[in-house]
Design a binder for this molecule. Structure first.
Ligand SMILES: Cc1ncc(COP(=O)(O)O)c(C=O)c1O
Length: 405
């Protein structure tokens, strides 16, 4: 019997609902490249592809660790010096947490997976933002749990409505996911809103996952960690990583920090059991964590200086194209564009994005890949490339719109 007919080689059902649009769409771009065309990738948030560099002292610390022979496993929750440095930094920023409540993971991605795997039985519900970062939908689908979406409102700077969130809570709801600064919208939540989200978690005894992997990449305003509002009776797991704040996404170093872990000893123990079984996060890179927690202030300033110019150009040029508009993001390096599909011959955001790829070799991700309605015409732009590359992209987008309107 050929393999393709064998019941043994049918992928497990859970993978059918496992999507990650940011990378899935790349296969279309590769087809363009096979035809000898050069694609400008504005789909993935990898700063290294666009010339950003990590702070030199992080590289030195990791290389030194390798040379000094730190090539074995580390303790499963992370090296002591690294968890201490993370806890010190968190405390300075108002997040109450001790080193024993930190688990270092292979990126923030593994932290999200670990928390959900430890918490969720099939059918349990997780409140997730829509649009949202697709990792959460994928993990929840894998666990046969249920993602219950709450809406981020484009008319209200993509903020959620706390009343709507509360109305979606059922006896099966276990986790509330908050992403701040947000991917895909680039928006930042004000303290009043965060206070309301914490109050909901308190009233309904939910665990909060607050994903703050972009917390240093904030422009005019100040990022407020959700856990700084936890008091002593709400369990908040803050997810963070070196990937974006220090431009080392390939190092795969992230962590989760549990505030008020004393309220959930069994769950905390379950986190540790899962961490034990997967051994540890990359060891040598953990030697750079202390250096990361006290980088030169001018490093972050220079990154923000470059990103600010790219953001300004993006917002100005996109909003100047007839039929295109976008928000003015306050953090990260994403903006949500919107194509007015009513004036275009495309039936969905994905068709718009693919046509643009075929004709202009520009790759955005369609908003429905993050959960928006395909008819609304949203698309996410990563504004990491330099100003001259972005200028060309937006000029080409303008020509494309002119041609089809
Ligand atoms: C909101 C959000 N969370 C988590 C991640 C994954 O981060 P890491 O590289 O630390 O796994 C990303 C990556 O783009 C992200 O945008």
């Amino acid at each position: 019997m050929p393999y393709s007919n064998s019941p043994v080689f049918i992928p497990a059902q859970r993978v059918q609902n496992y999507h990650y649009a940011i990378r899935n769409i790349v296969s279309n771009a590769r087809l363009q490249e096979e035809q000898g065309k050069k694609v400008t990738y504005l789909n993935i948030g990898d700063p290294i592809l666009y010339g950003f560099q990590p702070p030199e002292e992080l590289i030195e610390a990791k290389v030194l660790a390798l040379r000094q022979g730190h090539n074995g496993y580390s303790p499963s929750c992370g090296k002591k010096d690294a968890t201490e440095a993370i806890a010190d930094d968190a405390n300075t920023r108002g997040i109450p947490v001790s080193p024993e409540n930190i688990i270092i993971t292979s990126g923030a991605s593994e932290a999200a997976d670990l928390i959900c795997t430890a918490m969720l039985n099939p059918g349990d519900e997780v409140l997730c933002p829509s649009p949202g970062y697709p990792l959460y939908s994928a993990i929840i689908a894998k666990l046969n749990a249920r993602e219950v979406q709450y809406r981020l409102d484009p008319e209200n700077t993509w903020h959620p409505d706390p009343e709507e969130i509360e109305s979606r809570i059922t006896p099966r709801t276990k986790i509330l996911v908050v992403i701040n600064p947000n991917n895909p919208t680039g928006e930042l939540y004000p303290p009043e809103l965060l206070r309301k989200l914490v109050a909901i978690a308190r009233r309904h005894r939910l665990l909060v996952i607050t994903d703050e992997v972009y917390h240093k990449l904030v422009y005019e305003e100040k990022h407020v960690p959700l856990a700084s509002m936890a008091g002593d009776d709400v369990v908040i797991t803050t997810i963070d990583s070196l990937s974006k704040n220090y431009m080392v996404p390939g190092w795969r170093i992230g962590w989760l920090a549990i505030t008020n872990s004393h309220l959930i000893p069994d769950v905390h123990f379950a986190f540790i059991k899962l961490a034990d079984a997967r051994l540890c996060a990359p060891t040598a890179a953990q030697y750079a964590i202390r250096a990361a927690m006290k980088p030169r202030k001018d490093y972050i300033e220079s990154v923000l200086h470059r990103l600010s110019a790219q953001r300004a150009l993006t917002v100005e040029m996109l909003n100047a194209i007839p039929g295109i508009s976008c928000n003015h993001p306050k953090g990260a390096f994403y903006v949500m564009g919107k194509a007015d599909l009513a004036m275009l011959p495309f039936n969905s955001d994905e068709e718009f994005v693919l046509k643009l790829l075929h004709e202009k070799q520009i790759l955005f991700v369609h908003g429905s890949g993050f959960g928006t309605d395909p008819l609304q015409g949203f698309f996410r732009v990563v504004f990491l490339p330099d100003v001259s590359t972005l200028e060309k992209v937006y000029r080409d987008l303008g020509d494309f719109m002119h041609q089809y309107r």
